[in-house]
Structure formats: C-alpha cells, structure tokens
Design a protein around this ligand. Sequence first.
Ligand code: NAP
Length: 295
Amino acid sequence: MSATRLDGKACAGALEETLKQRILDSKLKPHLAVIIVGDDPASHVYVRNKIKSCERLGIKSTHLELSKESSQEELVNAIKSMNDDDDINGILIQSPLPSHLDEESLTDLIDPNKDVDGFHPVNLGRIVQGRLDGMIPCTPAGVMEMLRWGNVEMSGKKAVVIGRSFNVGMPQALLLASKGADATVTIVHSRTKNAKEECLDADIIIAAVGRPEMVKSDWIKPGAIVIDVGINRVEDSNHERGWRLAGDVHPEVADIASLLSPVPGGVGPMTVAMLMSNTVLATEIQHKKNGEFNG
Ligand code: NAP
C-alpha cells in the first residue's frame, strides 16, 4: 500500500478562502498582535509566516519586538495594555520565551476572549466541558480540521495520540474523544511501556512527540491513518544547508498507512490557518459582546 498524502497546505488554502469570505461578510476588521521576545531565528520565521497569512486574509497584524533581557513586568504591562486596547482582537506570545520569563503566568493574564493560541486555562477548560465553540489550540484544532477535510471517519475508531503536552497532545486527545468526533482514545507518553503495541492496534495515530522518525512502519496497522505533528531539525550532510526537517513519523510508514500527512506541508500550514480562524472568531466574539455583530 502507498498512503495517500493528506495535504495540509491544500486544506489550509481551502480554510483561508472561507475565512476571507467570513471577514468580508462580517465587515469586521480583525487585528492580531504578536509579542516576540529575543532573537531566536526560528521564532522570527514563525512570526513572519503568521504576518504573511494575516496579509493574505485582510487581517491587520502588529508585532511587538522586545529584547531578550526584557523583564516579566515589561511583558505583564504589554499584555495588560493589549487587553485594554479595543482595537486589538487577538494576542499571541511567540514561544519559547527566554528562560527567566514565566510563560505560564503571562498566558494566564491574556483576556480569554483574545487568547488566539487557546492556551488560557479558561479556553483549555472549556474543551473538557465539551464546549468547542471557543478558542481551541491551533495545532490540535488543525489536525481535526484536516481529518474532517480528508473525510476520515473517527466515530468508534481507535485513536492513539503520542504526546500529552498541554498545547498539542492533551487537547488533541480530548478533541478526538469529544461528542461528534467520538473516537476511543489512548494517550501514549514517555512512561508508556508498550507504545509500539498501542499504535499497532490503532486506526488513527497522531504523533506529537518531538522525536525524529520515532514511529516506524512496523508500528502501523495496515491501512491506518497517520498524522505527523512533529517538526524536528536533523543534521543531514546530503543537504546543502547541512540539515533537514523531519517529522515524528518515519517516511516508510507511507508503505503501510492509507493516509499520511507530510512534513513539511502537513500540520504546519494548518496550525497557522487555525490561528487565523481563532483571530476571526475572537473578533466576532468581542463584537457580539458589544452588540455590534450578530453573525
Ligand atoms: P513537548 O511539549 O515536548 O511534548 C512531547 C510529548 O511527547 C510529551 O508528552 C512526552 O511525554 C512525549 N514523549 C517524549 N518522548 C517520548 C517517547 N519516547 N515515547 C512516547 N512519548 C514520548 O512537545 P509538543 O509541543 O507537544 O510538540 C511535539 C512535536 O510537535 C514537536 O516536534 C514540535 O516541534 C511539533 N509541533 C508542531 C507544530 C506544528 O505546527 N506542526 C505545532 C506544535 C508542535 P512526557 O509528557 O511523559 O514527557
């Protein structure tokens, strides 16, 4: 078997088109504010991609660049002022922050209605309650969107999520198990004793580990659906730049699975598209609260 490629770029493109229309119809002007601290090159690339995506959709974006020596208090003040600014609809803190900053308490400070990453405890808690009409973390929300776009039947299927981070694995497991998706979910983590056997039993595998090509072809039930969330930089002398991007899933899995998302071009573009979707939703929620939008 050779797996069909679940093309995240195409799925993200389709989602962008619906968002563009939604923005036009609503006559709202969403505004995303991104806070970036320090000079980590990868973070700057991610922020640039988010800004480009905003431009394509007609979303206003601003970014606040702070030096890597910035204090917690500076960040607290920046977030408070963005919370109070009615012109700003979405606030995102680009991760990772320098280690002297407490990212968790900064996330807690963001107005939950402007929390477009979906990492505020209010937004994460709503997922446990089955209230899926708010801001959901972009990566697991993007995976769900891809599965639906690929017409993947989830109801009653056995799903394994590898990873239990608060931003990917844990909300992913909840979303797969939620009413409407209705999968039966197992979470595999670093203390799991039989990860390979758990995966061999799965109809759907979502790998969000951060270990290059850990999921091998002999972990896969023939015909299973495999979503590779991993983005890992691995040294490779065959590449001009000396490295390449690798997922958490070995490429040979394509010989066994029926559907496989590529890296790059899979979950990555969907994460950015869902950020745009959360920004539009945040704008609608805020204007509804003010009685200015009835969509
Ligand atoms: P993370 O916070 O480091 O979490 C990794 C998870 O994997 C943890 O729950 C850990 O278990 C588990 N794990 C580690 N080693 C394992 C092993 N040998 N067997 C089973 N489980 C193991 O990472 P993350 O933020 O969730 O990200 C995961 C991957 O997705 C990374 O490659 C990241 O770059 C990528 N990512 C991609 C996107 C995208 O847009 N495509 C977005 C976010 C993340 P413990 O909890 O027991 O430590």
